[in-house]
Design a protein. Structure first.
Length: 278
């Protein structure tokens, strides 16, 4: 990896974690390719060390154009940060299959497609880093966030496979599992619930808990700038860790998964999200 001025391509830079990461990598002396589905939302990032590009990670043509432009302008990509994603919330039995497919297309397939697009150049140089922003929700599943949790669990597995398979070529694959980080995540997750309001549901008696799940991660969250500082320092280290956990509950939730019997953790989650009231 070019340790002088590494070129970092980051997806989903319009707000929250992606925006904070673009600024922090730039402050650390990197060259930044900041991307977003809507270029107008990242225009403020354009500068001496940062170029902005349009990228829809669910569109193969958009991926091809973005990577081609980035390579033409920067010559190579040292670090890919797969950050773009969203949270689909609600009861699993009420989640339309087409929405579930869209969740996986964005959170899993999109990240894999970007990784496949940058891997040939990294393999040729026998150097590079792929950073997948997952979640502790992919370790411990909670009620009313099944689609999101499932997509992050899948991304964790994809990252594990990539890490093993790309290691012989000098490529480091790093999985980041944030806890509660300040972002627009809750607002966007709530939008998916609003689209289904008005339909009869067996969960109607605890609707406040179903709706509240979208905002759960935004209760006393770790600041995005603080998260970015800590993450960038670890990613740019000479020997970066394969797994990074930062943010409120980023350690607690995996411990609940590993240490408590399933029946006990199920009861805790059921109480937290009102399922014991049905």
């Amino acid at each position: 990896m070019n340790t002088q001025k590494p070129v970092v391509l980051i997806t989903g830079c319009s707000s929250g974690i992606g925006l904070a990461l673009a600024r922090e990598f730039a402050a650390a002396g990197c060259r930044i390719v900041a991307t977003a589905r809507k270029p107008d939302t990242i225009r403020q990032l354009q500068g001496e060390t940062t170029v902005t590009m349009q990228l829809d990670i669910t569109d193969p043509g958009s991926i091809k154009r973005c990577i081609s432009s980035a390579l033409k302008q920067e010559g190579h990509i040292d670090i890919l940060v797969n950050n773009a994603g969203y949270g689909l919330m609600g009861p699993m039995v009420e989640t339309p299959p087409e929405e579930m497919r869209r969740q996986f297309e964005t959170n899993v397939i999109g990240a894999l497609a970007l990784s496949q697009a940058v891997a040939p150049g990294m393999i040729e140089r026998r150097s590079g880093r792929i950073v997948n922003i997952s979640s502790v929700s992919g370790v411990l599943t909670s009620a009313f966030a099944g689609p999101y949790c499932a997509s992050k669990a899948a991304l964790n597995a994809v990252s594990d496979a990539l890490r093993l398979e790309l290691a012989p070529f000098g490529i480091r694959v790093i999985t980041v599992q944030p806890g509660a980080i300040a972002s627009n995540f809750g607002n966007r997750a709530a939008e998916s619930l609003l689209e289904r309001h008005g339909k009869p549901s067996p969960y109607a008696p605890i609707a406040e808990f179903v709706n509240g799940r979208a905002e759960y991660s935004q209760k006393n969250p770790t600041g995005a700038d603080d998260f970015a500082r800590r993450m960038v320092k670890k990613v740019l280290a000479k020997n970066p860790p394969p797994l990074i956990r930062i943010g409120r509950e980023s350690v607690k939730l995996p411990l609940v998964k590993w240490l408590l019997p399933v029946r006990i953790s199920d009861r805790l989650i059921a109480k937290t999200f009102g399922l014991d009231r049905l």
